[in-house]
Design a binder for this molecule. Structure first.
Ligand code: ACO
Length: 323
């Protein structure tokens, strides 16, 4: 018998303020048409003043707990993927822990930018498989609107705020690919590409900074590396593209999503797409897409999913799981 990390709850939260592309036309030399055709994005949500990443994360966590019929103290660990934590420290995860009234567990953040949720799922899976936790809340939450250069049309139109959460529980499987839960993971990074996507602030500069990106370079790396990591994760458990019910990609750009699906050999009818409504929410984009996919009836119990993501670092990875 094999210990598996099985999803027993999922939920998401989006801030109330919806910003359509047209709003950027008032302040930037851009158009709704350009943004839509180059990225697939039509609108995004921005957090209200004073609304923090841990606030968004807490809403998503509560939604996942509610689906499972559990409360904050029923979890052993909280793993929160974010690059926009409320403060330099303590972790946003410990803030969520307090907000959901968890007094018995442990909480920590994971920072792998847009690949953060693949890293968080992999770490949560390891905690469960090794017996260090029986229930783990895995959250992706971001407020990228706080690190935008609002004069840079090539970046500020692409990102949004939001949060998504999964609740994982240790369950016993047969050790086969028919088990529910996380079946395989694949993580990678290459720090030599740090200049392609970064924030020019942080502790060493005593300022928060703004996001800088070489979009075309990131695009090229993304298509190649996302298909490669998804194939590697599937290979590890002897599965191929034909076995996949749903690809749940990081939602950065519809052109990246389509090119990666083509490389993987999966039709777009088997890809969850939310980028039009959320923009790029970095570490929150995969759990948001999972939650939306479940809510609208696309993802069903027993479906085989592969998630893949890439972000600053570069860092990238994939997770194969049976829902
Ligand atoms: N409105 C109008 N024109 C624009 C805008 C805009 N918002 N932004 C850029 N342009 C202009 C550029 O200035 C350029 O003009 P020029 O030809 O006069 O110099 C022209 O549009 C073409 O620019 P490109 O950068 O070549 O446009 P491209 O087709 O590559 O699309 C984009 C840009 C959307 C950024 C694309 O490269 C992309 O999506 N890259 C990947 C980015 C990404 O996914 N990042 C996130 C991954 S990691 C993470 O999620 C954190």
């Amino acid at each position: 018998m094999t210990r598996r990390a099985v999803v027993i709850g999922v939920g998401h939260y989006l801030p109330d303020r919806i910003v359509p592309n047209a709003e950027f036309e008032k302040t930037l030399d851009t158009t709704d048409e350009w943004i839509k055709s180059r990225s697939g994005i039509e609108r995004r949500h921005f957090a209200a003043p004073g609304q923090t990443t841990s606030d968004l994360a807490t809403e998503a966590a509560n939604a996942a707990l509610k689906m499972a019929g559990l409360s904050g103290n029923d979890v052993d660990a909280i793993v929160l993927a974010t690059s926009t934590a409320d403060l330099t420290f303590p972790s946003a995860a410990t803030m969520v822990q307090a907000k959901i009234s968890n007094t018995k567990g442990y909480a920590f953040d994971i920072q792998a930018v847009c690949a953060g949720f693949a890293y968080a799922l992999t770490n949560a899976n390891a905690l469960i498989v090794s017996g260090q936790a029986d229930r783990v809340l895995v959250i992706g939450a971001e407020t990228f609107s706080r690190i935008m250069d609002w004069t840079d049309r090539s970046t500020c139109v692409l990102f949004g705020d939001g949060a998504g959460a999964l609740l994982l529980e240790a369950q016993t499987g047969e050790g086969t690919i028919d088990d529910r839960g996380i079946l395989s993971t694949d993580l990678n990074s290459d720090g030599s590409h740090r200049d392609l996507l970064y924030v020019d602030g942080g502790v060493s500069t005593q300022s928060t900074g703004v996001l800088k990106m070489q979009g075309q370079e990131i695009f090229k790396h993304a298509v190649e590396k996302l298909a490669q990591t998804a194939h590697t994760a599937l290979d590890k458990v002897g599965l191929g593209a034909d076995d996949v019910d749903w690809v749940v990609p990081h939602q950065a750009n519809i052109r990246i999503i389509k090119s990666t699906a083509r490389k993987l050999g999966v039709g777009m009818d088997r890809v969850i797409v939310t980028v039009q409504d959320h923009g790029n929410t970095s570490a929150a984009s995969i759990p948001l897409a999972l939650s939306v996919g479940v809510a609208n009836g696309q993802i069903k119990r027993g479906d085989l999913l592969v998630t893949e993501a890439i972000g600053g670092g570069l860092a990238w990875g994939a997770v194969v799981l049976r829902w």
